[in-house]
Design a protein around this ligand. Structure first.
Ligand SMILES: C[S@@+](CC[C@H](N)C(=O)[O-])C[C@H]1O[C@@H](n2cnc3c(N)ncnc32)[C@H](O)[C@@H]1O
Length: 143
């Protein structure tokens, strides 16, 4: 990818105080995004804490895979919707769960994603190029 997926994590210290990651702990980041919070969790749960990380957006996943490489073996990334997590992750599987709800900055900063009012781009609004219908398809073709 030639663009940089840059997102500044909100309240990183406060979030880590609340989750309090520990060695040997298992954590779930439901909103991986630019991986800022995930890295904090992996750092603070060193040397053997584990992380499941989820995002619906394929650009976020591609970028986060690279950023998390130094922690290989301690994390598993899934492209998934929040609503699907319970189908693959058991109850009580985690010691802490983070949901940083919203969108990541690049989703609105990059015109081609179709979310921006300020940048030129087709009305796309998909969370990955493999999703079939764009927002343009829906508003122009649906009843
Ligand atoms: C505020 S960002 C997370 C930023 C991240 N905490 C960080 O530090 O970089 C929210 C993320 O949630 C993802 N997201 C939005 N709706 C989702 C859904 N229904 N299922 C899974 N992920 C979703 C977005 O793609 C976005 O990357």
């Amino acid at each position: 990818m030639d663009r940089v997926f840059h997102h500044t994590s909100v309240l990183p210290e406060e979030t880590m105080l609340a989750i309090d990651p520990k060695a040997s702990g298992v954590y779930l980041d439901m909103t991986l995004g630019g991986a800022g919070h995930s890295i904090q969790i992996l750092e603070r749960s060193s040397p053997d804490g584990r992380l499941y990380a989820v995002d619906r957006d394929s650009d976020a996943i591609d970028f986060a895979q690279e950023r998390l490489k130094p922690y290989t073996g301690r994390f598993e990334i899934r492209r998934s919707r929040f609503s699907d997590v319970a189908s693959w992750l058991g109850e009580d599987a985690c010691d802490g769960i983070l949901m940083d709800l919203g969108i990541s900055s690049p989703q609105v900063d990059w015109g081609h994603r179709g979310f921006s009012f300020l940048k030129e781009g087709k009305l796309d609004m998909r969370m990955g190029a493999d999703e079939e219908e764009t927002a343009a398809d829906i508003v122009n073709a649906w009843e």
